[in-house]
Each structure stands twice: as C-alpha cells, then as structure tokens.
Design a protein around this ligand. Sequence first.
Ligand code: PPS
Length: 288
Amino acid sequence: MASKEKYLFYHGLPIPKTAHSAESLKYLETFQVQDDDIFCVTYPKSGTTWMQTILPLLLNGGDLTPVENIISWKRVPWLEAANFASVADKLSSPRAMVSHLPYHLMPASFYSSKAKVIYVARNIKDSLVSSFYFHQMAKFLDDPGTFDEFMDKFLAGQVFWGKWTDHVKSWRNTDLGDRILYITYEEMIQDLREVLKHILHFLGREMSEDALDRVTDHSQFKSMKQNKMSNYSLVSEKFMDKNKSSFLRKGICGDWKNHFSPELEAKFNTVIRKEMEGSGITFLWDEE
Ligand code: PPS
C-alpha cells in the first residue's frame, strides 16, 4: 500500500500530500472551465513538463518570454495542485493547464464546455522507469525500493496517480470527439516539429516557419535542461534530492530495455495485456 504518511487518497488514487490538499481538490471540483481552455492530460512521467514548455510557445507565436521568466508549474499549472487557486486567476486567455486526472474526475463544468484536451501517452515501460527514478529523488513520494519491488507497486497502482492502464483507458472511452487530440511521447521524440504542426492545427492556430523552428529548438531536451524555469533546479533539496536523479533525466525512448530482465518483461507483459484486453487500444510500442 502507498503510505498514509505521504499520500492523500483521492477517489482511491494515491496523490502526494506535498502537492495536493483537501482544499485544492475541492477547488478543482467547482473550477469553472471556459470554452477556450486547453488541457494537456498525462499519466505521470509521460511528457507533462515538455508540454508546459510547448503550449505557451505555440500560444504566444514563439515568444520566449514566458518560458524564460515563469516557472513551469505557474506558467501552465496543474489543475489539481495545491497552488492552483493562487495562479489560476493570473492566467490569460486561452488558459493552458496540465492535469494527471482520469477523465471521470475532471471538474463538472469541463464536460459541457468546449475546452480542448491534448492527451500525451508514453510507452508504459518507459513511464515506469522514469517514475522509478522520480520516486528515488522526490522526497514527498514513497521510497521505490529495488526496481523489481517498484514494478510490483506500479502494477498494483500503488504509485502516485495509480495505474497507467486505468488512466489511458479512461481518456480513450470518452465522447469528446474532436475536442481531444491524442499524441505520444515517442512521436514527439521522432519528429517534434511535425507534432507541433498537428497541435497548432488542432488549436486552430498558425505560425511562421521561423517561429516554428524557434519553438522546436526551445522545446528540445537539451534546451529545457539548461532552462532553470523548466528543469526543476530551483526546487529545494527538501523536496527533491538531485544527487539521486535529475528531473529531466534522459529524455529518450526505450530506456526500459536497460532495466527489464527477460523474466520481469514476461511478468509485466502478462499483467498489462490482460488489463488492456478488450479496450481496443493499441500503441506502436506494443510490438516491441
Ligand atoms: S511529471 O512528474 O509527471 O510532471 O513528469 P513528466 O514531465 O510528465 O515526465 C518527465 C519525463 O519527460 C522527459 N522530458 C523530455 N523528454 C524529451 N524531450 C523533452 N524536451 C523533455 N522534457 C521532459 C523527462 O526527461 C522525463 O523522462 P525521463 O525518461 O525520466 O528522462
């Protein structure tokens, strides 16, 4: 079980007490979603921080001012975070926000709004590896133990925000129609510029080729790693032990291959295939 010392249980999902409070969760439930709001929704460790850089750049015509001057979690805040009420009022329209919420826990006003959602999925095995290192560095999460032990917790949903499979399934079976765009971390790694064009089209925006080049350049892993407003270097050691891992750690696809033994992979595949059975959801990485 995830520890009661470090986590709140929101509709059964373990979420860290440091980042969420009973008040912030109440605020979220009654938050008034506007028709031009844009949400980037992710299961943790799937590209949230990346989108906290990309969205302001795309929405401001490639202007670097927000990403160079505003810390990522205030620039594009988490809907469910403890600081949300204090930053929501300062967002200018169209408001860009991120969330790890499953579909059914979005604010009541979201469902009848025209707000758009960009859902970013990442290979579950790479999300697991990224989450393992994050659990090592983040002092507000339970110690992950060994990689094998952490895999068991991950498969049981005893990690922050519960199971990857529940999250992905909840956001596939919606009636959002053309209000939702599905992209993957892997497509972004493969051809970021092309994905940015898809996002622009989805948001009904245009951008010059030069501006798009600038956005692509500033959203690359190496640029974000150097930007103290995006790389979590300003977070106190009280919350994150950066000697254990960087927040922007490797930024690659397939690191799972360096961590899964054949036995662990077989066990993992059996559980995940069973959970995804009948969902009709397939990903390119299923064949790996
Ligand atoms: S969190 O805690 O849920 O907000 O984490 P999240 O931001 O979703 O995921 C962190 C992982 O995303 C990687 N990342 C990037 N990869 C490639 N390019 C860019 N620009 C980029 N920005 C963030 C980050 O390095 C984490 O993955 P790992 O595999 O741990 O490196």
